[in-house]
Design a protein around this ligand. Structure first.
Ligand code: FAD
Length: 389
């Protein structure tokens, strides 16, 4: 076991889910680290909507995070309402809606549907972050590594961990030829606020989310939050369709206006059951989220030996259809901290980063491929005609 007093100083680039999970797991072992983020403060960007935390990740939080972490249950997006989360996948056509699978704690699935803002705050517990530090490059020398930032500052450490997301600058220097690739599926996201009478009806298909396949479409609507007085709820949705042209860099959605996206989405909804399309139809033009989502993924590449490694979306990215990207990102950070702690006296830091990569690769590869499968499920399921219900 490594002695924390001889522990490496870890420079973590990116205070997203992966970087913060690594920071917490290092903090639990009293390792020294610094976290840098390009954002000027924790409120520079909204953190997105919600994310499902799966049971194995919740176990890892309990096992590898410090004992002063607040109660994780409080990050649940419906925590204050007392509503139990549930979600379901349907096969939908114009005339029928058939439930294929349902998830939720009441069905024995241990999971928390986390509000991303609350989750980020939870992950920042007692971690100090250097805000306004946009990483630009690193240099290696005999004494370790130096990270250079856009504001002219530089910091020295023993290893650099790139946790800087899908467009990682750390990866761009480490592996300039590696990029995520577009998938043959177009997608939009939308947001809306709905009055009680509407959102309660929509939540009957799933209190957290409901997803449906039909023909070449895959649509999901999700509850983000419910107002304290319960009069309104915020929802968001993902609308995806099979489209070979989406493989092209200049796919039409890249430059589409909100009006064009809205019209396109409405024109496709007639293929789906009226119950599932209501939230989409109720979304105003201003609810179309720009820039539109471009679906892409990336299997984890082989990383060169040395003191630089990557975690999270920086090293593997996947479609959102299986809700795995953030879970795998946090699992990476936790694995890496555990392996640093388990380091034997004769192991170099490069050896530990190699062990991390060996542990991360199969987990991430399975998640990328499963999530890619999720994107194509619409066609696959369409080939087996479900019985009407
Ligand atoms: C619509 C949608 C829904 C999703 N739903 C789910 C879900 O339900 N479950 C799930 O598990 N996953 C989900 N995901 C995937 C999940 O959001 C990502 O996998 C996850 O955010 C990756 O975390 P990360 O820390 O690797 O990267 P990020 O969250 O992208 O964090 C990267 C951080 O690095 C910082 N940064 C970037 N560049 C620099 C730089 N040059 N210098 C310094 N800092 C930098 C950024 O500011 C950011 O804070 C979803 C994704 C989308 C798009």
């Amino acid at each position: 076991m490594a002695d924390p007093s001889n522990s490496p100083h870890v420079l973590i680039i990116g205070a997203g889910l992966a970087g913060l999970a690594l920071a917490q797991a290092l903090r639990a072992r009293n390792y020294t680290f610094q976290v840098f983020d390009r954002d000027v403060s924790e409120v520079t960007r909204t953190q997105g909507w919600c994310i499902t935390l799966h049971g194995d990740l919740l176990d890892s939080f309990a096992r590898y995070f410090p004992s002063d972490m607040p109660d994780i249950d409080a990050v649940d997006h419906l925590y204050e309402t007392g509503i139990v989360t549930s979600s379901a996948v349907y096969h939908a056509s114009k005339n029928h809606l058939k439930e294929l699978v349902r998830f939720g704690p009441r069905l024995g699935h241990r999971q928390i549907r986390a509000n991303r803002g609350k989750l980020r705050n939870w992950l920042m517990t007692n971690v100090s972050i250097e805000w306004g530090k946009k990483f630009v490059r690193y240099e290696e020398d005999a004494s370790g590594v130096t990270a250079f930032f856009e504001d002219g500052s530089q910091f020295h450490g023993d290893i650099i961990i790139g946790a800087d997301g899908i467009h990682s600058r750390v990866r761009a220097q480490l592996l300039p030829e590696v990029h995520p690739s577009f998938l043959p599926m177009g997608a939009f996201c939308g947001e809306l606020e709905a009055p009680k009478e509407q959102y309660e009806r929509w939540m009957k298909l799933g209190t957290s989310w409901a997803s449906a396949f039909s023909d070449d479409l895959r649509v999901t609507y999700l509850v983000s939050s419910i107002a304290e007085d319960r009069e309104k709820a915020k929802l968001y949705w993902l609308f995806g369709w099979q489209d070979e042209d989406a493989l092209k860099e200049d796919f039409w959605t890249s430059n589409a206006s909100r009006e064009e996206m809205h019209q396109f989405m409405l024109s496709k909804l007639s293929k789906l059951h009226p119950q599932i399309v209501e939230p989409f139809q109720a979304t105003p033009v201003e609810g179309m989220v720009l820039p539109p989502l471009r679906l892409c993924d990336m299997l984890p590449p082989i990383l060169p030996p040395g003191p630089i490694s990557l975690i999270g979306d920086a090293v593997h990215s996947m479609t959102p259809f299986r809700g795995q990207g953030g879970n795998v990102a946090m699992a990476d950070g936790i694995s890496l901290a555990r392996l640093l702690h388990e380091r034997e006296a004769d192991q170099s830091l490069s050896d530990v980063l190699r062990l991390y990569e060996e542990e991360m690769r199969p987990r991430a590869t399975a998640a990328v491929l499963e999530s890619r499968g999720g994107a194509y499920e619409a066609n696959a399921r369409n080939k087996t005609k479900p019985t009407a219900s």
